[in-house]
Ligand binder design. Structure first.
Ligand code: BTN
Length: 327
């Protein structure tokens, strides 16, 4: 905890200096204990400049996800929210579900630097090397009716698009229902999983995989044509700790607004901003059937509205969309 507070002071002073004495006085600890904490931070990949007359200045930080750096950059500490950063886990969604089942107080989030069994929709593999990408799951206990969950992932999707657009100069978009597509290639995916009890959502896990800093060479060749990372699009490395701190703030706020039912108006406006499918010809695969049609948008429960060749419009709650060739 002291390490987070020290980091907060150093980050707030950047690019300036803070005196060891001032940090010690602010935190109510001795200068020696500050020095010890800074040695620990050095061992974790931080570097500091130190000058007797001026104090300390942050001169380098770990490139990867670091819990203290995320914590130190949280703008608002949401009541009861906690998170962990794991070096490696099978799947952050599975870990979050296990922790919920074990009774951990929600809301909380699980982040990992690497997943050994990262999953996407339809049980597909989500490539999850330790290459600077984000593997995250947020866990909640919402106690709301399952029908209200229909638009949850879509709402989270527009929330992530808003966040990314503030971070990197790209135009983000969503391919219904869970693909985050930037510059024509997939940069992220969402996987929401819920446990329903007596007609109420009991446990909810929102999983987000976001390609943040991986080079194109990180993926198998077939994937590298379809996948992209934020750093490739931005032409520079992205500060994953700052991004994660901002993500926590956005996801928690979006969740609260969703539960309070305060999101509907913004949701439709933002969906129309980021929807990549409207007006395109697609094939929707659903329950072994293929439906061809032109996308009109979504309805108020988040179903995809397709108009077929005969001019009939129908809403689909689930399925996988492929954009028709030549469209
Ligand atoms: C998809 O596009 O099919 C969804 C991909 C979701 C991947 C994320 S990575 C973090 C979380 N843990 C998982 O095993 N999956 C999700």
């Amino acid at each position: 905890m002291t390490d987070t507070l020290i980091l907060r002071e150093l980050l707030a002073a950047e690019p300036g200096w803070v005196s060891g004495g001032a940090i010690a006085a602010k935190l109510g600890v001795s200068r020696v204990s500050i020095w010890h904490q800074m040695e620990k931070l050095r061992a974790q990949g931080f570097s500091f400049e130190a000058l007797p007359a001026r104090g300390y200045r942050l001169s380098g930080r770990p490139a990867g996800l670091h819990a203290g750096l995320v914590e130190a950059q949280l703008k608002v500490r949401r009541k009861g929210f906690t998170f962990v950063v794991l070096d490696e886990v099978d799947s952050t969604n599975d870990e979050a579900a296990r922790q919920l089942a074990a009774g951990r107080t929600a809301p909380f989030a699980v982040f990992a630097r690497r997943q050994t069994r990262g999953r996407g929709r339809f049980g597909r593999v989500w490539h999850s090397e330790a290459n600077g990408n984000l593997y995250s799951s947020f866990a909640f206990r919402p106690h709301i009716e399952p029908e209200r969950m229909q638009t949850f992932t879509l709402w989270m999707g527009v929330t992530i698009c808003e966040l990314v657009s503030k971070f990197v100069p790209v135009t983000p978009g969503i391919k219904w229902p869970n693909d985050l597509v930037f510059g024509g290639r997939k940069a992220g995916g969402m996987l929401t999983e819920a446990r329903v009890d007596a007609d109420q959502i009991r446990d909810l896990v929102f999983g987000l995989g976001l390609n943040v800093n991986s080079p194109a060479s990180a993926w198998p060749s077939d994937l590298s044509r379809r996948a992209v990372s934020l750093s490739e699009l931005a032409g520079t490395q992205v500060d994953i700790n700052r991004l994660t701190a901002a993500l926590i703030g956005r996801v928690m706020l979006a969740y609260e607004r969703f539960i309070e039912g305060e999101h509907a108006e913004d949701f439709m406006r933002l969906w129309n901003t980021y929807d990549l499918l409207r007006g395109t010809e697609v094939v929707l695969s659903e329950g072994g059937q293929k439906r061809r049609g032109s996308v009109l948008g979504i309805d108020d429960i988040g179903s995809l509205l397709l108009r077929d060749n005969e001019g009939r419009t129908r809403g689909y709650r689930a399925g996988e969309v492929t954009i028709s060739k030549g469209a």
